[in-house]
Ligand binder design. Structure first.
Ligand code: GAR
Length: 205
């Protein structure tokens, strides 16, 4: 918690940053008692970094190259996040697997958004996996991060239909719209102290 009672967020990104934008917009609208303390990207050309700068948020490029292994990279991530007083780490399209170095440093304080209804279609290309499988609904999941790949306790999910003529692109767009709604909502619940992790379950309320 920062001095003014806001939850300090550290947002990790790799790409466009539309989820980051949705979070910033909700904060600026006064609907979310949080502050984005820093945005960190492993990719220098991530549009998300520009979005952060535009809102006066420290935007940090931390390339993986040059680090002696994933643990060393994650140790530097932890250092930067702690330097910025981050309480909750928000993965918003961060396309790297985290090691226990960061997972243990922020136990039950790292959230991720995944573009499928977990536990279906974890990992990469979730929308393509859903189309290839032929499911009639898909959606998105916000969950706490544990040591597995997209396996942590689920906070919120949203469902969208899969239409006959969907492409990866049209399905992704439909899912993105729901992501932009449920990710700020999950952060709001956290900021109000309404999320309790009990084993695999997140009890809300
Ligand atoms: C989102 O669709 C998010 O669910 C996905 O990356 C996209 C980032 O979009 N994350 C994953 O696939 C993680 N496995 P954005 O950069 O526009 O927020």
């Amino acid at each position: 918690m920062s001095d003014n009672g806001l939850v300090n967020l550290g947002v990790l990104v790799s790409g466009n940053g539309t989820n980051l934008q949705a979070i910033i917009d909700r904060i600026e609208a006064g609907a979310l008692s949080a502050r984005v303390a820093c945005v960190i990207s492993n990719k220098g050309d991530a549009r998300a970094l520009q979005r952060a700068e535009k809102h006066g948020i420290p935007a940090i490029h931390l390339p993986y190259k040059g680090f002696d292994g994933r643990e060393a990279y994650d140790a530097e991530l932890v250092r930067i996040l702690k330097d910025h007083g981050v309480e909750l780490v928000v993965l918003a399209g961060f396309m790297r697997i985290l090691t226990p170095v960061i997972i243990n440093a922020f136990s039950n304080r790292i959230m991720n958004i995944h573009p499928a209804l977990l536990p279906a279609f974890p990992g990469l290309d979730a929308q393509k996996q859903a189309l290839d499988y032929g499911v009639k609904v898909s959606g998105c999941t916000v969950h706490f991060v544990d040591a597995g790949c997209d396996t942590g306790p689920i906070i919120i999910q949203a469902v969208v239909p899969v239409l006959e003529d969907d492409t990866e692109d049209t399905l992704s767009q439909r899912i993105h719209k729901e992501e932009h709604r449920i990710y700020p909502e999950a952060i709001r619940l956290y900021s109000e102290g309404k999320l309790k992790v009990a084993g695999r379950r997140v009890v809300v309320g």
